[in-house]
Write a protein that binds this ligand. Sequence first.
Ligand code: GFB
Length: 325
Amino acid sequence: MNASHPSRIFVAGHRGLVGSAIVRALERRRADAGEPWEIVTRTRAELDLRDAAAVRNFFEKERPAFVVLAAAKVGGIKANHDFPVEFLLENLKIQNAIIESAHAVGVSKLLFLGSSCIYPKLAPQPIREKSLLTGLLEPTNEAYAIAKIAGIKLCQAYRRQYGAHFISAMPTNLYGPNDNFDLQGSHVLPALIHKFHLARAKGQGSVTLWGTGAPRREFLHADDLAEACRVLLEKYDADEIINLGTGEDVTIKELAEIVREIVGFTGEIVWDTSQPDGTPRKLLDVSRVRALGWVPRIGLRAGIASAYEWFLAHHVGGRRPAAVA
Ligand code: GFB
């Protein structure tokens, strides 16, 4: 077997919210600390990660020593609810192909990214890592959660059976540059930015949001998440999964007020209670990652303001609604 390249790191999913932030963090580290990392990426057109044979060929050829598995089919509550087949099947295909190939070519360390939705719907709060598989999942994202749990179990199995250094981290709800702002398919934070922006731009009197606004969610900026991943690659090597979050949450109503203020919309918020709320609360216990010395640096308000700037620059040509300019 050819030796792996000791400083080569493959970031799967580098164009997405998480993968792009991880590439930025690794590049910063390379510049600041002189790390010799060679970051390898592939676009979807270059490599279909669902194609196990193509993924295996890629690993045989590139021989990365490290892998960050940030590629996944993701979406908000409605996308998860409407497309369970794709969320289950595509995620299983992607993670199976990458994890199996990583083992086959002797990757030194692999970081698999899961999600806080792997925990039971009614897990005690804040949710500790040991809550995994102690109760029923939230139905709106059960398919996605099952795929992610399978990924965790596959990493643990490779570790137990073959001594592979495969680790799994569970991020809370994430946001930041390269997020998906699609009104139907996205997560709540980008959806709210987009909805309030459109309402302001069109002079609408109200904005309709989903559910009751009562659920609580924790939000972590992707750049903070990426720093945590870098710390895990350097310092964490254990069988147990590890939570990544801020340790603080807000209600969707509180979140909506913050986004409304930042975007500058002054109209009314209407709650469409025919839409699902999802999990009532999923606040992560983050003591395990905090013990490694990592702390989040981007506060929610500042993070949302920068996410809105990113949205303006990348989706509406930098144009603010007239009254905000
Ligand atoms: O972020 P989100 O789509 O997903 O929704 P989850 C969070 C909450 O915001 C839910 C409410 O209570 C929604 O009903 N909400 C209000 C909205 N207005 C909107 C809106 O316009 N768009 C959206 N998207 N939500 C996802 C899982 O759960 O969390 C995924 O489905 C993944 O699998 C992800 O785990 C992190 O937080 O409920």
